[in-house]
Design a binder for this molecule. Sequence first.
Ligand SMILES: C[S@@+](CC[C@H](N)C(=O)[O-])C[C@H]1O[C@@H](n2cnc3c(N)ncnc32)[C@H](O)[C@@H]1O
Ligand code: SF4
Length: 412
Amino acid sequence: MRSVLRFDDAAGLSIPRAPHEQQRCLLYVHIPFCESLCPYCSFHRFELDEPRAREYFAALSREILMYRDLGYRFTGMYVGGGTPTIMLEPLLDIIGFARSELGISEISVETNPNHVCPEYLEPLRAAGINRLSVGVQSFDDMILRAIGRYEKYGSGQETCDRLQQAAGMFDTLNIDLIFNMPLQSARSLKRDLELIDRLNIDQVTFYPLMTAPSVAARLASSLGPISYKKEKRLYRLILEHMRGTFHSSTAWCFSRKPAMIDEYIIDYDSYVGAGSGAFGYFNNCIYINTFNLNEYIERVRAGLFPTGLVKQFTRRETLHYTLLMKLFATELPKSFFETDQGKDVREALRAELAALRLYGALRETPDSFVLTDRGRYLWVMAMREFFIAVDTMRDVCRRQAGAGSNQPDHIF
Ligand SMILES: C[S@@+](CC[C@H](N)C(=O)[O-])C[C@H]1O[C@@H](n2cnc3c(N)ncnc32)[C@H](O)[C@@H]1O
Ligand code: SF4
């Protein structure tokens, strides 16, 4: 992954018009502001500066319009962060704009536990949000204290109480948890799993701890050294517990009902990224927007796309990416191999598919290929490495943004 994710400078690059036969496409919108920064987090985020954030939101709408003017149409929108709900009013404006101007009807928004309260929930529901995803990370107060979230977002019990208030308000109420934190024991994870049974939530995403070099260094000094030794065991506990009442949406996301909105990278074959530090994947290319906030705002104001880096996938890389994402959903219907892309995958990756079956990662049913438990953990490791490669790329982008920036204290 690290060798594949090598990028070229995209300064001056023009984004092509949308193809006539556009694939189902998602609009990813990045809000890179948080109240304060968590030590394990490798995403692109700054401490909130309100006047700057207002300018940012204005630039964001312009960038989205630039894509619309090139013919891009979107079925869904995912607002991620940072903390998208950090300034509710401009967020609601963007959502209203996406619904009225772009006709988007399926909307997912990320938030933090302190915003799970009526003052935020009511307007978000009224704005037509379908999926609310709350970053819980752990219900264990010892872990919450160690990662600096107890003081900011409350105890595990307070978060449970807040989640109960949000139950039933959205089509999907998701929580994010992280497993394999240095301080996490099997007992602590089991307590979290038992709590989930008592909560009225629709979906749980268990991210394995992902540590790009910058995160590993920060975490080692606050939580202790990172190790993957217990990851497999913890994942087994999750799988055994969750499969009783939840359906697997991906190798690490569990939903009460099938067909709930979850990870957009598997639900959508292409996505456009808007906002500083956003990633997009379309036309077989990954595009990364500049991480420098000043540059982002200035370029968009000048009517230019803020793309900083681009990577064109070779045919083989596209096929590998497709296989990785499709099987992340744990089951690949055989009908996929009857599509153009599916035929390519089957022919070109015959050896890979055979190796996966030999390894015991794939099981064949009359209608599909299904990941076995061995295969699921293999996919957890593969996706973890994929995201670490993406996070490592973010480290590079931050360094580049810092080099050309007059706001060094905003670059991490
Ligand atoms: C980037 S955050 C944005 C939403 C919100 N601010 C929050 O804290 O949950 C989305 C999710 O990414 C996950 N995440 C962040 N850093 C991670 C890391 N180093 N390893 C695994 N998951 C991580 C967390 O579970 C988090 O909830
Ligand atoms: S985990 Fe969420 S709140 Fe914490 S720094 Fe990352 S984006 Fe911000």
